[in-house]
Ligand binder design. Structure first.
Ligand SMILES: [Zn+2]
Length: 455
């Protein structure tokens, strides 16, 4: 089955033809680590993790290299560390840990390689030196800039016109820039700022060069897929293309994928709007799979409106699914058994809303007696990174989340069973009613009583 992906560069859905089917290479811009990840940051993590899963399924687990970088040097990081009165390295390592916890919470696999910018300064310096030698970059007072007008294809990804960019720029551009559209490759660091020795003095890299240097190191001059949020198309990805293609004189990435914007209850998310939601704070209220399903219900290229209702809807769906499988051993399901209609939806430009509607259909056809129907449902859901928890884990989480006291529930069940053994059915039924009010349903089977929450 052929995979089609929408390529921002050609503005069309294209058949995916890998450079090397034995090694699919994908680079996605990762987080700048100075604060908790918000739901907008979580979107590309989930979207590209889903693509990673589709690729692993199609080409084999060992034939996909997924690189997602960590930007651990940046002005925002320096500012945040100063305002926290904290060491930069302590801020970044703490934030990286939060990010990893959040990514795992929303069911994202660990990428093949997760390079940190500060571990690749040497590669960045080498690339900048090459760009200077080739005449695409110039130095002024410890700053090195990319000369955008020297690259005649500048603007080809975003569709921006360089003359308009120059004409439309602020008049008071920094005096070290020859043109307003030139961008920083390297800049000097003050004494109290982190810096590395370089041919242009102590300084630090610009943001764009990080991704060009790290993708080159791990994926080569040309690789298959470059991804990120739509907001990165310009200037970040445009600048990555300029640097890499001028340095290596080869095409940079064959497919450009971008996920759409995210709003919260219809409004732009911003700290000043009071609607800034971090993944970390959602953890108290929602299971990670709820967050993931809510995200995947919208196609990745569409704007996503994040609402409490969509979370509640996702929770209801997952509760229905998990409750059904409560007494079935899910871990014994074969890995490679996936429903064709779901696979074809996912291979049609990662159409997750269509795949989810197919999952509903598949669930309707599930019966506990038909192992095949169960295998198909579970494996297909897992291709989207869903149904990865065990039903038992889900129920335990639900209990915690609803502040139900599991010990108390079990005590009540024991008491009820004792009353039944004694023939006191009326008091036993009273306990059943009491649990019913707590939305707990009892099931008596083979002399054992199990319980679950109402859907
Ligand atoms: Zn990047």
């Amino acid at each position: 089955m052929t995979l089609f992906l929408y390529d921002t560069f050609s503005k069309s859905k294209r058949e995916f033809r890998p450079i090397d089917p034995k090694n699919i290479r994908m680079y996605v811009c990762g987080p700048t680590v100075y604060d908790y990840a918000h739901v907008g940051n979580a979107r590309p993590v989930i979207v590209f993790d889903t693509l990673f899963r589709i690729m692993r399924h199609s080409y084999g687990v060992d034939h996909v290299t997924y690189v997602r970088n960590i930007t651990d040097i940046d002005d925002k990081i320096i500012e945040a560390a100063n305002s926290n009165k904290e060491d930069i390295s302590s801020l970044t390592s703490r934030t990286i840990q939060y990010f990893h916890e959040d990514a795992s919470y929303i069911g994202a696999l660990v990428p093949t390689i997760e390079p940190k910018a500060t571990d690749h300064i040497k590669e960045m310096v080498e690339m900048i030196e090459t760009l200077i030698v080739k005449g695409f970059a110039y130095e002024v007072d410890g700053n090195v800039l990319f000369s955008s007008s020297k690259y005649d294809q500048y603007g080809k990804l975003s569709g921006k016109n360089i003359d308009e960019l120059i004409a439309g720029a602020r008049v008071d551009i920094e005096d070290f820039k020859k043109e307003a559209s030139d961008f920083i490759l390297w800049k000097p660091s003050k004494d109290n700022e982190p810096g590395w020795e370089s041919p242009w003095g102590k300084g630090r890299p610009g943001w764009h060069i990080e991704c060009s240097a790290m993708s080159k190191k791990y994926l080569g001059d040309t690789f298959d897929i470059h991804g990120g949020g739509q907001d990165l198309i310009f200037p970040h990805h445009e600048n990555e293309i300029a640097q890499s293609e001028c340095c290596h004189e080869k095409k940079f990435a064959n497919y450009w994928l971008h996920n759409g914007f995210l709003t919260v209850e219809g409004n732009k998310m911003a700290k000043s709007n009071g609607n800034f939601i971090t993944v970390n704070e959602l953890k108290d209220r929602y299971h990670g799979e709820v967050i993931r399903l809510a995200m995947l219900m919208t196609h990745y290229r569409q704007p996503l409106n994040w609402t409490e209702n969509s979370l509640l809807e996702s929770k209801k769906i997952l509760n229905k699914w998990f409750s059904f499988f409560l007494d079935i051993e899910i871990s014994k399901v074969d890995e490679d058994f996936v429903d064709e209609s779901i696979l074809s939806a996912l291979k049609d430009d990662i159409n997750t809303p269509k795949a989810i509607s197919e999952l509903h259909q598949l669930f309707k056809n599930c019966t506990k007696e038909d192992v095949l129907s169960i295998k198909k449902f579970i494996n297909s859901a897992r291709l989207l990174g869903l149904m990865l928890s065990s039903p038992k884990e889900w129920m335990e989480w639900n209990v915690r989340e609803n502040n139900l006291d599991e010990i108390k529930i079990n005590e009540l069940i024991e008491k009820r069973n004792l009353l039944r053994d004694q023939g006191n059915y009326s008091d036993a039924d009273k306990i059943r009613d009491q649990l019913d009010e707590l939305e707990i349903i009892l099931e008596d089977k083979d002399g054992k009583t199990t319980w679950k929450q109402k859907n």
